[in-house]
Design a protein around this ligand. Structure first.
Ligand SMILES: Nc1ncnc2c1ncn2[C@@H]1O[C@H](COP(=O)(O)OP(=O)(O)OP(=O)(O)O)[C@@H](O)[C@H]1O
Ligand code: SF4
Ligand SMILES: [Mg+2]
Length: 390
């Protein structure tokens, strides 16, 4: 823990001490990951359910910064079933991207490290624990088994290379064995057509700046699909697009998912998008999951006060309100988390017990879980109570 002086600054001596300690910890992690020729048995694992594409199990991802340890993801467990879409929602800074980057092993290193837990990735005939996979092997999994669509297509594409060259490169790298240049180009054109680019031959020769935002995002989707991955992570893929293009890109993703039977982990803070896309929903708050369930359970019977607040802050077409609800307060500082429910300081449904330790996860249906004292002793959600009374 960083000791600050009366003005709230770190002394140079204290900063040096923290940096030294951090280096010691992160060097040990990096050494482990950079090893060559690691036997497969070290990272082989078994899926708890063969019907899942990915299983996050008690994942802890920390950033060792000069200010102290940022516990960005602090004990997250959820599954992405094969062929399904799992929506991950939560306010900015709650750890959505860090969870997905942990699966891709694309965290900002050496500061960012998975310190505990497992991420089981289903490869069909076997499963790997991604947290133990060395760098060398991870390069084969990235793109081939898991791929990612980012928020801002302009920064994901290289501005100085033509679209065709950028898609060709991905195919050549991951799936190009025994393929001639002409065959690779043919596959690129096929992919561009698949994502709804009409003039695919023309776009093949264009530079990213010659395309609109929606077209660029389609190209990024084509790149992500190039090697038929089993899991696609879409991190806010439509946030940078206007509403009509957003709808088109969502349609495209939905259709493609059916065609290639991949699983999608869909990250967004837009509940409307989640309602349209997801089969299951995971609600994150300050690095932890506060509620998870099927999309219907989360939307029709939200149980956690945070989810209820998120639902209330969503505008509804045809419903006139003077002022849209917003959850009071802000997310706690991830360097100094409280030792009670992280949402307590903003919660309007607080109970006496809430000052106790962080609430454990309570199962309120076979698929619906919530971490909140209000559901201890088998208490029902208000929505369920109302349903029972009807
Ligand atoms: N490279 C980093 N160094 C230090 N802290 C980081 C780093 N990257 C992320 N964090 C911290 O981790 C926490 C979670 O960040 P993350 O990017 O996962 O949020 P998010 O839920 O994706 O938010 P958004 O909706 O804004 O994308 C934040 O508190 C953030 O400050
Ligand atoms: S545990 Fe208590 S403070 Fe936390 S969300 Fe539930 S009711 Fe609110
Ligand atoms: Mg993010």
């Amino acid at each position: 823990m960083a000791k600050k002086n009366a003005e709230g600054y770190l002394s140079a001596k204290e900063a040096r001490r923290i940096a030294r300690e951090n280096r010691k910890i992160t060097n040990a992690f990096e050494k482990q990951r950079k090893r060559k020729k690691v036997p497969e048995s070290e990272y082989l694992t078994e899926m708890h359910d063969a019907g899942n594409a990915v299983e996050f199990d008690n994942l802890h991802t920390y950033f060792y910064t000069d200010e102290g340890v940022v516990k960005s993801v602090d004990g997250v467990s959820f599954e992405v079933p094969i062929g399904k879409t799992v929506g991950v929602v939560g306010e900015s800074g709650c750890g959505k991207s860090v969870t997905s980057l942990s699966l891709m092993q694309l965290l900002q290193r050496p500061q960012g490290q998975v310190v505990e837990g497992a991420i089981r990735l289903n490869l069909g005939d076997k499963a790997y624990d991604v947290t133990k996979v060395p760098n060398e092997k991870m390069q084969e999994l990235r793109g081939n088994i898991v791929s990612m669509i980012f928020q801002e297509p302009m920064t994901s594409l290289n501005p100085v290379f033509r679209i065709g060259d950028q898609v060709d490169e991905v195919i050549a790298l991951h799936d190009g064995e025994g393929k001639s240049k002409a065959e690779i180009k043919e596959r690129t054109i096929e992919l561009l057509k698949m994502v709804g680019i009409a003039n695919s031959e023309g776009v093949y020769r264009m530079f990213p700046h010659e395309l609109s935002g929606g077209m660029r995002q389609r190209v990024c989707i084509a790149i992500a699909l190039a090697c038929n991955p089993r899991v696609i992570i879409a991190d806010e893929p439509t946030t940078a697009l206007d509403v009509t293009i957003q709808a088109q890109v969502l349609d495209l993703l939905r259709n493609l998912k059916e065609k290639i039977n991949s699983s999608i982990m869909f990250i967004t803070h837009d509940l409307g998008v989640i309602a349209e896309m997801a089969d299951y929903v995971v609600v994150m708050y300050a690095g932890r999951i506060v509620e998870k369930g099927t999309a219907d359970e989360i939307f029709s019977h939200p149980a956690h006060p945070y989810t209820i607040g998120l639902m209330a802050s969503k505008p509804v077409v045809g419903q006139k309100v003077d002022k849209l609800y917003s959850i009071p307060g802000k997310v706690p500082n991830p360097v100094n988390m409280p030792n009670y429910c992280y949402f307590k300081d903003r919660c309007e449904m607080c109970l006496e017990e809430c000052s106790g330790e962080y609430p454990r996860e309570i199962q309120i249906s076979p698929t619906h879980f919530v971490s909140c004292y209000r559901y201890y002793d088998g208490k029902q959600s208000d929505a369920d109570k109302r349903k029972g009374e009807q």
